[in-house]
Write a protein that binds this ligand. Structure first.
Ligand code: FES
Length: 323
């Protein structure tokens, strides 16, 4: 982990929906926690597992007395969500990073938020902030059914009720939210934020493309039960990237993207969606074999000469990047 770590006590675990629990984390001595922005996540050291798992913060960013994350149990995941559900109890102390934000809420005249499943978490923090600041916003929340809809009570309180639309598809996405119709119109300066499973993100990306949304106004974060950006079931391994211009070698640990590692070391790569769907962070590969994990290059294979460093990783032990 590259940022400061915190040791936080699990003050409360709450069942939010079928298979979804929230975890309220507080400092052990009652002191205030480092501030966070809407869209931020924590890297969490899950007891009994190697590596970190990323979980978005879903409480109001104005709060400094607690962090709240939510985890959906996924029996087919990499083990992080199962371990969070089975190994973590109230009163335990967890090691977490300070809040990190790869999905910041940028200035807009209005906002459309689209969440799928547990992808509600970063968007809930955004909705709380937008509501508190009097912004124009709407949230569409796609879930299978009412039992799997987290934070139902909160989302039906008067301050949210007029702005939150919950869509149940019963397991058949064709019966859920009509994304194409939703994105057919937009106001000037509207920003779109989407967080959810790959299928939803793909549908939103296609609809935004069809209706010519400006890409700088469209923001994605992949989310599975294993946490943000964890869209792949295969276990992640460490590898190295070498910068062609300086020869500097950087280690990319499991759970961290190449983009994050580059950024941590002051290497600037332009990015936008940070979910492998917009193509902004494309980087030339001089040596080594990338493992493509994006959705952007689906129509036109990327080959071994380029990669999207926000999500893609390496099949070889080292990649030399044209940076
Ligand atoms: S930033 Fe969008 S694909 Fe990497």
């Amino acid at each position: 982990m590259t940022t400061n770590t915190l040791r936080l006590r699990v003050a409360r675990i709450t069942r939010e929906a079928e298979g979804i629990q929230s975890y309220e984390l507080v400092s052990q001595d009652g002191s205030a926690l480092p501030e966070f922005e809407a869209g931020a996540h924590l890297d969490v050291q899950v007891p009994g597992l190697n590596g970190m798992r990323q979980y978005s913060l879903c409480n109001d960013p104005s709060e400094t007395h607690r962090y709240v994350i939510a985890v959906q149990r996924d029996a087919n995941g990499r083990g992080g969500s199962k371990a969070m559900h089975e190994n973590v109890h109230e009163g335990d102390v967890l090691t977490v990073s300070e809040p990190l934000n790869d999905f910041p809420l940028l200035y807009g005249r209005s906002y459309v938020l689209i969440a799928g499943g547990i992808g509600i978490t970063p968007l809930l923090a955004m909705a709380r902030l937008l509501e508190r600041t009097g912004a124009e916003w709407v949230l569409h929340y796609c879930t299978r059914d009412a039992d799997r809809t987290a934070f139902r009570e909160l989302l039906s309180t008067p301050s949210f009720a007029g702005r939150v639309h919950v869509h149940h598809d019963g397991g058949d996405p064709s019966k859920g939210l009509d994304v194409r119709a939703l994105l057919a119109t937009r106001g000037p300066g509207t920003r779109l934020y989407c967080c959810g499973p790959a299928g939803l993100m793909k549908a939103v990306r296609e609809a935004a493309t069809l209706h010519k949304w400006p890409w700088e106004k469209v923001h994605f974060e992949a989310f599975t039960a294993e946490g943000t950006s964890a869209t792949h079931a295969t276990p992640e391994e460490d590898f190295e990237v070498s910068l062609k211009s300086t020869g500097q070698v950087l280690r990319v640990p499991a759970g961290k993207s190449v983009l994050n590692v580059l950024r941590t070391h002051g290497v600037k790569v332009e990015s936008d969606c940070e979910a492998g769907s917009c193509g902004t962070c494309v980087t030339r590969v001089c040596e080594g074999t990338p493992e493509h994990r994006d959705t952007f290059f689906q129509q036109e294979p990327a080959g071994n000469e380029r990669m999207l460093v926000c999500v893609s990783r390496a099949r070889s032990k080292r990649l030399v990047l044209d940076l």
